[in-house]
Design a protein around this ligand. Structure first.
Ligand SMILES: Nc1ncnc2c1ncn2[C@@H]1O[C@H](COP(=O)(O)OP(=O)(O)OP(=O)(O)O)[C@@H](O)[C@H]1O
Ligand SMILES: [Mg+2]
Length: 429
């Protein structure tokens, strides 16, 4: 037992003993009417009540009752569960007769949708605290990410209510446009809570996990911006993205290898022109990019990138080198110029997308329940992914500003005719 629980138990037992004393002395007083006995009875009753009151206040205040009854309940419930499970997992230190669990601090958000948990670090538990999966001890909450404080004294675990959904549900294209109009011109929303900068993007996931559907959401945002973006479509399997591309920009849509390479060249040419334009403008300004000069973003959208790579493997070396050079040029120079790649594939293994390309893509989404290897190839080693069952359209993403480690994402559902909703984009240069 830990010292704090032992102290609480002693106070409780002490109060109980006083109540028994009060009761028994009262019955003696009734029979013999000794005034001293009466005094003992009253004093023990008072001390007993004070003891109980003190105990109640101590429990309530240590669980932050001043933040509300609900807060106090969840604080007590989660802390108790956590301490018990830490003891079961052997995460305690024996000091004489008592045990000591690492100090725990829990802070919930204002709306109780999540919060942070801090667990005191120590030499004995450093490695354990880094590896431990605390979700099972947090009742309805799931740990999303964890890190060590700057001074190394505490591990911080950010958790959120597992039942809360961040999924947006659009019943009509008008709802969608209304929501989209509130998002800044060079940003996109992924779900209710995550809005990210426009940047190179990689979407990975097993078949049927919702990659193409997620892409529709992103593309619908692009074409409905105040200044619609210019989009190129490459769909080596000639499936739904090609249908969409042919509807909204047939001259920028390609299905077969030669055509895709042509479009890629056209895209890079447009990027080189932008480079000249921006170089002029940059003379008068340091640390600026395409957004500073309100330039229209260009997006090269690649569904089923792995099939493109496998067909490309059969081409001659010159063609392969040309494609690799074009891709690298966009990935390495596009950010400042407003030219972005949006790549979709089932796995991001090094034989399908080169490590140098992959490492320079800042926004990465892994949808559905993937194998550990898929997370490793997308996010790198030593990164933990929140442990839960991901439904279709759900997964995790990383992004340097708002999600340096994997964060849960729930792509919107679009309950309207998606194809009909895409209008011809009329870019404003
Ligand atoms: N966010 C979502 N909300 C609601 N339904 C979704 C969502 N994402 C996907 N779906 C449903 O799941 C189906 C499969 O999704 P999608 O075609 O995007 O999978 P995929 O990952 O592209 O598969 P593949 O690798 O085979 O191309 C969609 O047709 C749609 O009905
Ligand atoms: Mg698909």
């Amino acid at each position: 037992m830990c010292r704090r629980d032992a102290t609480r138990l002693v106070i409780l037992l002490f109060s109980m003993v006083l109540f028994v004393l009060c009761y028994s002395t009262k019955s003696i007083y009734k029979e013999y009417s000794y005034s001293v006995i009466n005094d003992i009875s009253i004093v023990s009753l008072r001390i007993g009540v004070i003891g109980l009151l003190f105990l109640t206040m101590e429990v309530l205040f240590s669980n932050k009752i001043y933040k509300g009854v609900r807060y106090c309940f969840w604080h007590m419930y989660v802390k108790h569960s956590l301490e018990r499970q830490m003891i079961d997992a052997g995460m305690y230190i024996q000091r004489g007769e008592y045990i000591e669990v690492p100090r725990i601090r829990i802070e919930f958000d204002k709306n109780m949708r999540g919060g942070t948990l801090k667990v005191e670090n120590s030499i004995k538990f450093d490695k354990k605290l880094d590896d431990v999966v605390l979700t099972s001890a947090l009742k309805k909450f799931v740990v999303e990410r964890h890190y060590l404080t700057d001074d190394g004294n505490y591990y911080v675990y950010e958790f959120l209510d597992g039942s809360i959904s961040f999924k947006l549900d659009f019943k009509s294209i008008e709802d969608f446009r209304e929501y989209n109009s509130q998002i800044p011109l060079y940003k996109i929303f992924l779900d209710k809570r995550s809005v990210v900068n426009l940047q190179h993007t990689l979407i990975v996931g097993v078949t049927g996990s919702g990659k193409t559907y997620c892409l529709y959401n992103i593309l619908l945002q692009f074409v409905n911006k105040r200044k619609p973006y210019v989009i190129y479509f490459a769909d080596p399997k000639g499936s739904s993205l090609a249908v969409l591309g042919n509807k909204i920009a047939p001259d920028k849509t390609a299905v077969d290898m030669a055509d895709i390479i042509d479009k890629l060249e056209e895209f890079v040419l447009a990027m080189q022109n932008r480079k000249k334009e921006i170089a002029e403008l940059l003379r008068g300004k340091l640390d600026a990019d395409y957004s500073t000069f309100r330039k229209t973003p260009y997006i090269f959208c690649f569904d089923e990138y792995a099939s493109f790579v496998s067909v490309l493997a059969n081409e001659d070396k010159k063609t392969r080198d040309k494609v690799n050079a074009l891709m690298s040029e966009v990935i390495l120079q596009g950010r400042q110029l407003g030219f972005f790649m949006l790549i979709i594939m089932q796995k991001s293994d090094a034989n399908l997308i080169s490590t140098s390309l992959r490492d320079n893509i800042p926004l990465k989404l892994v949808l559905g329940n993937s194998e550990q290897q898929t997370y490793v190839t997308a996010f790198g080693t030593g990164i933990d992914v929140p442990n839960r069952h991901y439904k279709v359209g759900e997964g995790v993403f990383t992004e340097p500003v708002i999600a340096p480690t994997p964060k849960i994402v729930q792509c919107p559902s679009l309950k309207f005719d998606i194809l009909k909703s895409f209008k011809m984009a009329t870019p404003v240069m």
